[in-house]
Design a binder for this molecule. Structure first.
Ligand SMILES: Cc1ncc(COP(=O)(O)O)c(C=O)c1O
Length: 378
């Protein structure tokens, strides 16, 4: 059976083949431990790490020394939220990833903090006036993601960072879906902590980074050999790090062109679907969303009925990969007050760098056929 067409780029991206050489080199030719300061093998690998840090720093405008490597965004987020000195007062958007929400809630359960929630509208836009009012009352951490992993909304991080700075509130920005897709400026935008996930930007799974503004300290989650300034002990994942660095380098070179091309493909798919299925609704903030995001609902057509019929032809999803296992309705769609029938009919389509025009045309045909089939039954 041929592979289903992959349109789930928010969940994960394929690794860019051009990373293979640096991964190979760091595993086979330059396999040293970067902490081995007594010989050349260690020195060489340390140089690879330094290069990767610079590549990441160039993409998001931070200093190389501000970068800590982790296993991914979930760990980066936990490192911040659990690493602050309690008691903590969190201001969070209800549309944050579960890695943020559940970690803050775990802190509250342990009696180590409290949460105040930001307000969002039906398109998933954050009420910035309310955000400022919340910040005015003080807090120990403000959490707002740069882009949403379900509806694809892009948030005004520069503006939010400015508010956070005005009220002196540390600002955690989850950049998992945004880094390498939209411009982000760590140094100039008032971000205190920024998270990066390798597998969302064509690098492998199991590697990520946390950028920590100079002068801010956290208690470690992981103790041991004192690696990475004692904040995250454990031998560095060198092959993951060099791949992440190279992926950031490629994103910096290609992001603008790639995202333009991706948006054209997304818009093409959206317009075919809208023309053929008049009841189709596009969710989220359509004026401000990731180029590769298309989040739709078809009233009276349960998403499970579509997925069951397309799953061997097309990889799309009903929600975020990390929450679909629970089969609970998406907390994001609940928070934006989407009607039940629209939540039940919600489908997330994620287009990426390697999606071809032919795949878009074929996916449109598959979806239209199946949706019409299901509409005739329900
Ligand atoms: C917005 C967002 N934050 C955090 C994560 C978790 O990232 P990771 O898989 O690197 O732990 C994801 C992954 O789906 C995400 O989309």
């Amino acid at each position: 059976m041929p592979n289903p067409i992959y349109l789930d780029y928010h969940s994960t991206t394929p690794v860019d083949r051009r990373l293979i050489d640096v991964i190979y080199d760091s595993m086979i030719d330059n396999f040293g431990n970067p902490s081995s300061i007594d010989h050349l093998w260690g020195d060489r690998t340390l140089n690879l790490i330094k290069k990767a840090k610079q590549q990441i720093a160039n993409l998001i405008n931070c200093q190389a020394q501000e970068i800590i490597f982790t296993s991914g965004a979930t760990e980066s987020i936990n490192t911040v939220i659990q690493g602050l000195t309690p008691p903590n007062h969190f201001i969070i958007s209800p549309l944050e990833h579960k890695a943020v929400i559940d970690t803050c809630q775990a802190m509250v359960k342990r009696g180590l903090g409290k949460i105040r929630w930001l307000k969002v509208d039906k398109k998933g836009r954050i009420d910035l006036e309310y955000l400022e009012k919340m910040c005015l009352q003080g807090a120990s951490l403000l959490c707002v993601m740069a882009a949403n992993n379900e509806i694809g909304n892009i948030y005004p991080i520069q503006e939010i960072g400015k508010i956070a700075q005005t009220y002196n509130i540390p600002f955690l920005c989850d950049g998992s879906q945004a880094v390498g897709k939209i411009p982000l400026n760590f140094e100039d935008w008032g971000i205190t902590f920024l998270t990066i996930s390798g597998h969302k930007l064509y690098a492998p799974k199991g590697i990520g980074a946390l950028i920590i503004k100079k002068g801010f300290t956290l208690q470690p989650l992981i103790y041991g050999g004192g690696h990475q300034n004692g904040l995250r002990s454990g031998t560095l994942n060198v092959s993951g790090i060099v791949a992440l660095g190279e992926a950031c380098y490629l994103r910096q070179l290609e992001m603008v062109e790639d995202e333009k091309a991706i948006a054209l493909k997304r818009n093409h798919l959206q317009s075919i679907l809208q023309a053929q299925i008049p009841s189709l609704i596009v969710n989220g903030d359509i004026d401000n969303r990731l180029a590769g995001n298309l989040h739709i609902s078809i009233p009276d057509v349960p998403n499970s009925a579509i997925i069951a019929r397309v799953r061997d032809k097309l990889a799309i999803s009903t929600g975020s990969a990390c929450t679909t296992e629970t089969l609970a309705p998406s907390h994001v769609l609940r928070a934006i007050n989407l009607e039940d029938e629209l939540i039940e009919g919600a489908l997330r389509i994620g287009i990426g760098k390697f999606t071809t025009h032919e795949e878009i045309e074929k996916s449109a045909d598959i979806l239209i056929n199946i949706i019409n089939q299901v509409l005739s039954i329900y």
